[in-house]
Design a protein around this ligand. Structure first.
Ligand code: SF4
Length: 261
C-alpha cells in the first residue's frame, strides 16, 4: 500500500443512490461485502460473505450479482455523480457488511472525496480492534455505531462478537472527539425487555454516548434470503408493536437524545 492507500480495492456489494435512512440528508450509500458478525435477523444477508453472490428473485426472476472489486477512484466517481443532490447535510455513507474490515480502502475513498468537500458517514458494528479506526479518525462526519444488546452471552453467541470490544470502541471514538450516533436495532426476543434497555442505557451513558437511534426490526430483507436459497430465521417474527417501541423510547430518552427511525 502507498501512503495514500488509494490503490486498495473496495469489495463493494452495491451502491445505492438517494438513500435517506443512512445518515443525515440525501446520501449515496456504498454497501461493502464481508462482515465478521452473523446476526440472525440481518437485513442485508448478501453483504455478510466477502465472496460475490448471485441472488435470483422469485416473481420477477431478476438475477443480481452482489460483489465486485472497485478502486477508490471508481467508487468516488460514482459518488460524485450524485453530489448536486446532497444539499447542506447529505453525502456518502459506507455501510455493509462491516466497513471497518476494509478500513484502509475506505480511508482511501474518503481522502479522494475530502478534496471535493463531500461529507462522509461510516455505519459500523464496531466489533473490530481499535487500531482499525486509526486511518479514519478526523475524516468522518459521523460514525453510526450499532449496539445490539447489553448481554455478553448474546453478543458472543447469536451475534458472534464481543460486547466489550464494541463499547470500548464507542468510548474511544468519543474520546478522540469523533461524532458518534449509536443505533440500537429493536429485535423482539433479543433486546426488547425493559431490563436489557436499561442496562444498555447505563453502558452507553458510561461510554459518553449522547444520541441514540432506535431501529425497530422489519422483515424487508426476507426476499433476499429466499433469493439466496436460504431460510430466514426471523421470517415468522413480527416487528415490535407501537407500544413496545414507545416504552423503549421513553427508557432511552431518559438518558439520551433518542430518535426512532
Ligand atoms: S453486523 Fe450488520 S451486516 Fe453484519 S450480520 Fe449483523 S446486521 Fe448483518
Amino acid at each position: 500500500m502507498t501512503d495514500s492507500g488509494e490503490e486498495k480495492l473496495l469489495n463493494v456489494s452495491e451502491i445505492q443512490h438517494f438513500s435517506t435512512g443512512d445518515g443525515p440528508g440525501i446520501r449515496t450509500t456504498v454497501f461493502v461485502k464481508g462482515c465478521n458478525l452473523h446476526c440472525p435477523w440481518c437485513h442485508n444477508p448478501e453483504t455478510v460473505s466477502p465472496l460475490p453472490q448471485k441472488l435470483v428473485f422469485s416473481g420477477s426472476g431478476k438475477t443480481v450479482i452482489y460483489g465486485r472489486k472497485m478502486s477508490a477512484e471508481a467508487v468516488a466517481a460514482e459518488v460524485l455523480e450524485d453530489r448536486e443532490f446532497y444539499g447542506a447535510d447529505g453525502g456518502l455513507t459506507v455501510s455493509g457488511g462491516e466497513p471497518m474490515l476494509q478500513a484502509d480502502a475506505v480511508s482511501g475513498l474518503m481522502r479522494i472525496l475530502e478534496r471535493d468537500g463531500i461529507r462522509t458517514v461510516i455505519d459500523t458494528a464496531a466489533c473490530v480492534p481499535w487500531e482499525k479506526f486509526a486511518p479514519l479518525l478526523g475524516r468522518v462526519q459521523t460514525f453510526l455505531v450499532d449496539y445490539k444488546t447489553s448481554s455478553d452471552e448474546t453478543y458472543a453467541g447469536q451475534i458472534g462478537g464481543d460486547r466489550e470490544t464494541v463499547i470500548d470502541n464507542i468510548r474511544r471514538l468519543i474520546g478522540a472527539g469523533e461524532t458518534v450516533r449509536v443505533r440500537v436495532p429493536l429485535i423482539p426476543g433479543v433486546n426488547t425487555s425493559d431490563t436489557d434497555a436499561s442496562l444498555m442505557c447505563g453502558q452507553l451513558a458510561k461510554a459518553g454516548v449522547k444520541t441514540v437511534d432506535l431501529l425497530p426490526f422489519h422483515r424487508l430483507g426476507s426476499a433476499k434470503y429466499t433469493a439466496m436459497g436460504k431460510e430466514y430465521a426471523y421470517a415468522g417474527i413480527s416487528p415490535p408493536d407501537a407500544e413496545t417501541v414507545s416504552r423503549l423510547r421513553s427508557i432511552f430518552a431518559g438518558y439520551f437524545d433518542c430518535f426512532v427511525e
